[in-house]
Design a protein around this ligand. Structure first.
Ligand code: 2AM
Length: 168
């Protein structure tokens, strides 16, 4: 299955992001908007694998290196080409957590790309608009767990399912 490690959100945080997506929908003609249950921050992309036990072990080991839950703050929106995202304010805890998860996955033999970690929450892809005005409330998120998430296409829709969770 196709897997990634991520931070998932409470209904309240998702609601804030859904309001931003609604605002975005008013400004663009086309786009593939992230559905509320799929909103997340990717910490490490694992890709196609059958080695689920090892992926869980890597997540557990990395999380055990950390002192506990920590706050994140939503930040202004931005874009990579035609992808629109909500930003995350700089967080040493988040960067170290993502790095440790990636390192533990590598120790377990997974290939994880060494690209710079730029935490974001994808709100929409394939958006055809030059300028967007998308304020994001600077709300705080308390991160209390990390998830292993399965990604699949069902009836042409992207579905993410949490298959494992480790509390911080
Ligand atoms: P995103 O975090 O920018 O939205 C599941 O596919 C998640 O992993 C998506 O959230 C996606 O991007 C991210 N992802 C997909 N392919 C990736 C890759 N090759 N490297 C890093 N992240 C990837």
């Amino acid at each position: 299955m196709r897997l990634f490690a991520a931070i998932l959100f409470s209904d309240e945080v998702r609601q804030t992001l859904v309001l931003a997506i609604d605002l975005l929908k008013q400004q663009v003609r086309h786009g593939r908007f992230t559905c509320p249950e799929n909103l997340h921050v990717t910490l490490a992309f694992i890709g196609e694998t059958t080695r689920i036990t090892e992926a869980k072990e890597a997540l557990r080991t990395a999380v055990n290196l950390h002192p506990g839950s920590f706050p994140l703050r939503l930040r202004a929106s931005g874009r990579f080409n035609d992808t629109i995202w909500a930003g995350i304010a700089d967080s040493p805890e988040l960067s170290v957590l993502a790095q440790d998860i990636q390192d533990e996955l590598r120790k377990q033999g997974f290939f994880v790309e060494r690209r710079a970690f730029r935490p974001h929450i994808t709100l929409a892809r394939r958006v055809n608009c030059k300028q967007i005005q998308l304020p994001i409330p600077a709300r705080e998120i308390n991160v209390t767990f990390v998830s292993l998430v399965k990604s699949e296409y069902i009836d042409h829709h992207l579905r993410y399912t949490e298959i494992y969770r480790v509390n911080l």
